[in-house]
Design a protein around this ligand. Structure first.
Ligand SMILES: [Zn+2]
Length: 91
């Protein structure tokens, strides 16, 4: 599976949409998993990189997804910085 060049940007968009919470089955249930999302995976076609086809998942559900008959996808671990730190320069 090839990731698009703007994958990082897509990941950020998904993270913003899901507020960094796992989106497991969000379409089918009202309840969300609610754990911190650490991965972004394709919900459907692997070559469809539309944000609507991407899901932010927690580590657990990303593993669950791989075990289902969805094609095992290569997960992209993302490191989301909580806040931008300014160098650690001391005045
Ligand atoms: Zn989850």
């Amino acid at each position: 599976m090839k990731l698009p060049r703007n994958w990082n940007r897509l990941v950020r968009k998904v993270m913003r949409r899901c507020e960094r919470r796992c989106e497991w089955r969000r379409a089918e249930f009202n309840m969300r998993c609610g754990r911190a999302a650490t991965m972004v995976v394709h919900a459907g076609k692997k070559d469809d990189h539309a944000v609507g086809n991407l899901l932010g998942l927690c580590t657990w559900h990303a593993a669950q997804k791989a075990q289902l008959d969805w094609e095992a996808s290569r997960f992209v671990a993302i490191r989301v910085r909580p806040a931008r730190e300014d160098g650690g320069k001391k005045g």
